[in-house]
Design a protein around this ligand. Structure first.
Ligand SMILES: C[S@@+](CC[C@H](N)C(=O)[O-])C[C@H]1O[C@@H](n2cnc3c(N)ncnc32)[C@H](O)[C@@H]1O
Length: 263
């Protein structure tokens, strides 16, 4: 039996996930372990502060999409340091929110920065892989995730899992980096995203993660295809709401009736 070749690493030795390898998921987890402590502030710097606006704006879009139906149980996937999960908990004052991530260092960081009073009493953290969720069918009214789906090994499996844990009529919000709407602005965006961001990453000993970042965007299907995948996974209504000229998009979807089993 021949040993698998060693995982790809950048010149500074930092993890640099390679989607073509069978251990891609493990590499993604190693990468997020590597950047967990500096993830949040680096994100604010690299996005030039725009990420402060993107998550609240996506939740605002979600409110209009769901037309104010109550949320008793919500699930945030790939919660990272918990930024979106905290906003969801504040926004839905009666909801119990479970925030999950498959990187232990991220969950530990998120739990450490959470204040136990206020929304902290309604928000709990757990480790879970988005492709194999440890929750019963129809157990949530709302599923959210931000900047996660680019990193998933199998989008179709993940979307089916998101649909499975939602009750019929429940809502899904996916916020993700996407291709800008106009080619002219896209050229400016890619000069920054593909060259400056990896250079900034290298300055904090994380060249691999921030060279992987633009590669991960290339692996994401265009908006229309992603909406089609959501419909195939059992979402009855699915819409895309681009922000910042399309640099990010909030995908909103409503869980349809469960598929009837054919005998
Ligand atoms: C770019 S961070 C986003 C964190 C957070 N949602 C935010 O808004 O900043 C992506 C997160 O997704 C997690 N992740 C990636 N693949 C995952 C998977 N298959 N299952 C669960 N979490 C995953 C990573 O560990 C990481 O914390």
């Amino acid at each position: 039996m021949t040993a698998a070749p060693p995982a790809r690493r950048a010149e500074d030795g930092s993890p640099y996930p390679d989607r073509s390898r069978p251990d891609f998921e493990r590499q993604v987890r190693r990468m997020f372990t590597h950047i967990a402590e500096r993830y949040e502030w680096f994100d604010h710097v690299a996005s030039l502060g725009n990420d402060y606006l993107w998550r609240p704006r996506a939740l605002w879009d979600l409110d209009r999409f769901r037309a104010g139906r109550p949320v008793a149980r919500a699930l945030d996937l790939g919660c990272g340091t918990g930024e979106l999960a905290r906003l969801v908990t504040r926004r839905h004052a009666a909801a119990r929110v479970v925030a999950t991530d498959f990187t232990a260092a991220m969950v530990a960081h998120a739990a450490r920065v959470l204040r136990p009073s206020g929304e902290g009493a309604r928000l709990s953290f757990a480790r879970a892989n988005a492709l194999r969720l440890p929750f019963a069918d129809a157990s949530f009214d709302l599923v959210t995730n931000a900047f996660v789906v680019r990193n998933l090994a199998d989008l179709d499996v993940a979307f089916r899992e998101m649909r499975r844990v939602l009750r019929p009529g429940g809502s899904l919000l996916i916020l993700e980096i996407t291709e800008p709407l106009s080619p002219r602005f896209g050229a400016v965006f890619h000069a920054y995203f593909d060259r400056v961001v990896p250079w900034l990453g290298a300055a904090v000993a994380s060249e691999g993660p921030y060279r992987y970042l633009p590669e991960s965007l290339q692996s994401l299907p265009p908006r229309a295809q992603l909406l089609a995948k959501l419909k195939s996974a059992g979402f009855s209504r699915a819409e895309a709401r681009p922000q910042s000229r399309g640099i990010v998009t909030a995908f909103l979807a409503e869980a349809g009736a469960p598929a009837t089993q054919s005998r």
